[in-house]
Design a protein around this ligand. Structure first.
Ligand SMILES: [Mg+2]
Length: 351
C-alpha cells in the first residue's frame, strides 16, 4: 500500500507578502491587479471571511471587502520560495510531483518503512516553517486523491491523516463535489441523478455510471471505493498550457460555440503570460453530450499569444470540428513552446 503526502502552502502568495512586509500582517490583502480586468490570485486569511477568493474579479473582491489591500504579484520571489520547498520535499520523499509553485505530492512509501508517514509530514512542515517562515498544510493517506482532500481539511497549518482502515467510511460519506475530477457542472449532473455521496455512487454501480458518464463514470466508481492508482510522477514537465470550460447547459451551433470561446481565449492569454509560455501549436478540444472528445490542432509559424489571435485561431479550428451533437465542454491549449523565453519554468504552471 502506498503512503502519499500532499503538501499545500497556506494562502501562499499572500503569506509571502505578509512575511516580507510587516505593514501587511493582520490585514485583509489580495495578491493581484486592482485595476480593470484584474483578478485576485490569492487572498490572505483575513480577507476570506468577507468572501474574497482566488480567481475572483478584483472589482468584486473590493466590493465585498472595502478595506482590502491589493499587492502586485512578485513571481520571482514566489519561484525562489518554491525552489526551497522542493529541496525539502526531495530530502524526505522517494518521489516528488509538483502541482504548482506551492503544492506537491510526496510518495513516502519506502521512507515510511522506517519512519511513520505522519512523522515525515510533521518534519516537512517544521522545516518549511524554519527555512521560509511560512506555514503549510499536509494530508497523509494511501493515494493522491485522499491525501489532497486531507491537506485541505484543517487549513491553515493543518496535518490530517486518513488511515487505511478509515478510507471506506470516509469516502462513503464524502460529497461528490469533493471528488477528484468533479467540477460544479458535473456535481450538478450527479445531483440531478440523485447521486450526492460516495455511498450513492457505489450503489449506482459501474454499469450505470459508465453508461451515463463514460470514462468519468468509471473513474468515479473507482474513487468511490477509495481506489486511485495514479502514481506520483517525479519532475513531470508540463508540455501545454490550457483553459477549458464545461457548460451548465450543453451548447448547440457554431455561433454559440464561437461566442463561448471568447472568455476561454482571455483566460488562456493570462495563463500564458503568467507562465512566460509562447506556444506555436494551438489545440481545440470539443466534448459532446456523449462525452466523445474531438481535438483539432494547428501549428503556427509564430507564437500565438494575445487573446484576439487565440480567439481567431480557435474559431478556425472550430470550423474544422464536427458539431452535430450538443457540446458540453470546450477547451483551448497552447503547446510546442518557443524556447526564446529564458524565464520559462515548465514546473510552475497551475493549470
Ligand atoms: Mg496553496
Amino acid at each position: 500500500m502506498r503512503k502519499i503526502i500532499h503538501v499545500d502552502m497556506d494562502a501562499f502568495f499572500a503569506a509571502v507578502e505578509q512575511r516580507d512586509d510587516a505593514g501587511l500582517r493582520g490585514r485583509p490583502i489580495a495578491v493581484g491587479g486592482a485595476a480593470g480586468r484584474g483578478v485576485v490570485m490569492t487572498a490572505s486569511y483575513e480577507a476570506r471571511p468577507f468572501g474574497v477568493r482566488s480567481a475572483m474579479p478584483s472589482v468584486t473582491a473590493k466590493r465585498l471587502c472595502p478595506d482590502l489591500v491589493f499587492v502586485p504579484a512578485r513571481m520571482d520571489v514566489y519561484r525562489e520560495v518554491s525552489r526551497q520547498l522542493r529541496g525539502i520535499f526531495r530530502a524526505h520523499a522517494d518521489a516528488v510531483e509538483p502541482l504548482s509553485l506551492d503544492e506537491a505530492y510526496l510518495d513516502v512509501t519506502q521512507s515510511a518503512r522506517t519512519v511513520p508517514a505522519i512523522a515525515i509530514a510533521r518534519k516537512v512542515k517544521a522545516e518549511i516553517q524554519a527555512l521560509t517562515g511560512l506555514t503549510a498544510s499536509a494530508g497523509v493517506s494511501v493515494n493522491k486523491f485522499l491525501a489532497k482532500i486531507a491537506s485541505d481539511m484543517d487549513k491553515p497549518d493543518g496535518l490530517t491523516v486518513i488511515r487505511p482502515e478509515e478510507v471506506d467510511r470516509f469516502v462513503a460519506a464524502l460529497p461528490v463535489e469533493r471528488f477528484h475530477g468533479v467540477g460544479p457542472v458535473t456535481a450538478q449532473k450527479l445531483h440531478d441523478q440523485g447521486l450526492r455521496t460516495g455511498a450513492d455512487l457505489r450503489l449506482a454501480g459501474y454499469e450505470r455510471l459508465v453508461g451515463r458518464f463514460g470514462r468519468l463514470g468509471a473513474h468515479l466508481f473507482h474513487i468511490a471505493h477509495g481506489r486511485d492508482d495514479r502514481e506520483v510522477t517525479p519532475d513531470r514537465v508540463r508540455k501545454s498550457v490550457g483553459c477549458e470550460q464545461t457548460f451548465a447547459h450543453d451548447l448547440r451551433g457554431l455561433d454559440a460555440l464561437a461566442a463561448a470561446l471568447e472568455p476561454i481565449a482571455l483566460k488562456l492569454e493570462a495563463r500564458l503570460r503568467q507562465a512566460g509560455a509562447r506556444p506555436l501549436t494551438l489545440t481545440l478540444k470539443v466534448k459532446d453530450d456523449r462525452f466523445r472528445l474531438q481535438t483539432r490542432a494547428r501549428r503556427h509559424a509564430r507564437p500565438v499569444l494575445d487573446a484576439p489571435s487565440l480567439l481567431l485561431a480557435g474559431r478556425r479550428l472550430l470550423d474544422e470540428a464536427e458539431l452535430e451533437r450538443p457540446v458540453r465542454l470546450l477547451g483551448l491549449a497552447g503547446s510546442h513552446f518557443e524556447a526564446a523565453s529564458d524565464q520559462l519554468d515548465l514546473f510552475d504552471l497551475t493549470v
